[in-house]
Write a protein that binds this ligand. Structure first.
Ligand code: ZN
Length: 481
């Protein structure tokens, strides 16, 4: 599946439309003299604070979308099997949807220093506020991820509206990463104080939408040899050798140019073999080879979007990145397995010992958690039903409190095993009520469908908007997700 295929000619049309759109909607352009870090940054093709491209790190962000399941987590770990210049393992960001997600694995992914982010409850485009809040609540309740560490959002099918971004801001997220950047709009991450500067064909960009302090991390497209922009799952758009050639050329455009972050956007289902589905071994091997070829290039760092934004807020030369607190990789040593997968005392084959996990079994989903199973299956209306066991029951698990990170939290003892200031944590994020009135029915979509529905949903959106630009339906269809 490719995100959009744009021929060179069409891209030129789009580029003009892009500029017209910006001209038409940008009433108050961003002024870098008033919009200053750490809380404000104008869209720019150049690194922040006037830094020379050769002095800044070349960030590579590897992101994963949809549910976290054992075989998908294994794929992600295979892909991320590279190291940063400071010797720490590469980290990735996962935009998690709820159906089929195993929450014990969410906790392990997070405990390993990776990022957990929100991709809605039922995986719907243009999601309601409840879709966004429900996923966040479950990642916290059953995955043990502190609310304040769930900072990012990506819209399913990359189908977002102004309202989506307003919701992100209202619910306290730090960033969205649903917009796409090609060449002319290959901006470094920026804040939405003066509106969105990407995706100007979809009526979201421009200054009408102002969300001070909320960041947009554009998804950076790879242009293939025909000049067609590919975004997600680029490895599906051509042969492994072609995709590797495009990827290298585009990486070099960033690396030898303005060093905008380079993104590799993966649906792990597409790189995981399932009986009866096409063999993905060759594609996976090529992706891994490409990523490994970047390892060791001077100033190349594999980071989460969360780490990227920590750098954006306080940019330092590449030579100083290794010593930044957010780039360290210390692992808590607490001498006790507390179910986050870090202590190998009773862990075998990357699986937390069974006695620590609760297995929650429902009609449509079974998953594990280190916390209490809910007494009924989570729904959009009630994503965190009351615990299946009473708080007086000896098997009761204690949820992560605001003053302890799950890296240190023993949910069985109800005890924070952090005993000094280096691991002290205070979560100031405000829980969002998820029990508001629902305006539309929840409809769970298939989890292992490899997002074939994506084509339909976004195709409509892009086709409609492109036809508004005078493009034929056939041409517009080329651009569909
Ligand atoms: Zn998705």
């Amino acid at each position: 599946m490719k995100f959009f295929g744009i021929s060179t000619a069409i891209f030129a049309v789009l580029s003009i439309a892009n500029q017209l759109s910006q001209a038409a909607t940008t009433a108050s352009p961003c002024d870098p003299n008033t919009c200053k870090l750490p809380n404000c940054l104008c869209p720019s093709l150049s690194p922040p604070n006037g830094m020379k491209p050769s002095d800044v790190p070349q960030f590579v962000t590897i992101t994963f979308d949809d549910s976290i399941q054992p075989e998908l987590l294994a794929t992600a770990q295979d892909v991320l099997n590279v190291k940063n210049p400071n010797g720490c393992a590469a980290k990735g960001s996962w935009y998690v949807s709820m159906l089929y997600t195993n929450f014990a694995l969410v906790q392990q992914w997070y405990a390993q220093g990776n990022e957990v982010a929100d991709h809605t409850f039922t995986h719907v485009g243009s999601p309601s506020s409840q879709e966004i809040a429900a996923a966040r609540a479950m990642l916290n309740q059953y995955g043990g991820v502190p609310l304040g560490k769930i900072k990012g959002f990506r819209a399913p099918f990359l189908n977002y509206t102004q309202d989506t971004l307003r919701e992100i801001a209202a619910q306290g997220f730090q960033y969205d990463t649903s917009a796409s950047g090609v060449v002319d709009d290959c901006y470094w991450p920026y804040t939405l104080d003066y509106g969105l500067a990407n995706d100007c064909w979809n009526n979201v960009c421009g200054s009408e939408l102002k969300l001070p302090g909320v960041w947009e991390i554009p998804m950076y497209a790879v242009q293939d040899s025909a000049g067609t922009a590919q975004l997600m799952d680029v490895y599906l758009a051509g042969s492994p050798s072609d995709v590797t050639a495009w990827s290298n050329a585009n990486f070099d455009r960033h690396y030898n140019g303005n060093r905008q972050p380079f993104g590799i956007y993966i649906h792990p289902t597409h790189l995981t073999n399932y009986p009866g589905l096409a063999d993905t071994t060759a594609q996976k091997k090529a992706v891994i080879s490409f990523i490994q070829s970047l390892q060791g290039k001077p100033d190349v760092w594999f980071v989460t979007n969360d780490q990227l934004l920590q750098w954006m807020q306080n940019p330092v030369p590449a030579s100083q990145l290794a010593s930044q607190p957010y780039m360290q990789c210390t692992t808590p040593k607490i001498g006790k397995e507390i179910c986050n997968g870090l202590e190998n005392i009773t862990v075998a084959n990357n699986v937390v010992s069974g006695g620590l996990l609760n297995s929650c079994n429902f009609n449509s989903a079974n998953w594990d958690t280190c916390f209490n199973c809910p007494s009924s299956e989570p729904t959009l209306e009630n994503p965190t039903p009351k615990s299946a066991v009473a708080s007086t029951d000896p098997s009761f698990r204690h949820v992560v409190p605001n003053d302890c990170d799950s890296l240190w939290w023993d949910p069985i003892a109800g005890q924070c095993l952090c005993s000094n200031t280096t691991c002290a944590y205070n979560d100031t994020a405000v829980p969002i009520s998820t029990n508001t009135t629902v305006n539309r029915a929840a409809s769970a979509t298939g989890g292992i469908s490899r997002e074939t529905n994506a084509e339909n949903s976004s195709s409509v959106k892009f086709t409609t908007s492109l036809m508004g630009l005078g493009l034929s339906a056939g041409v517009a269809a080329m651009m569909a997700l």
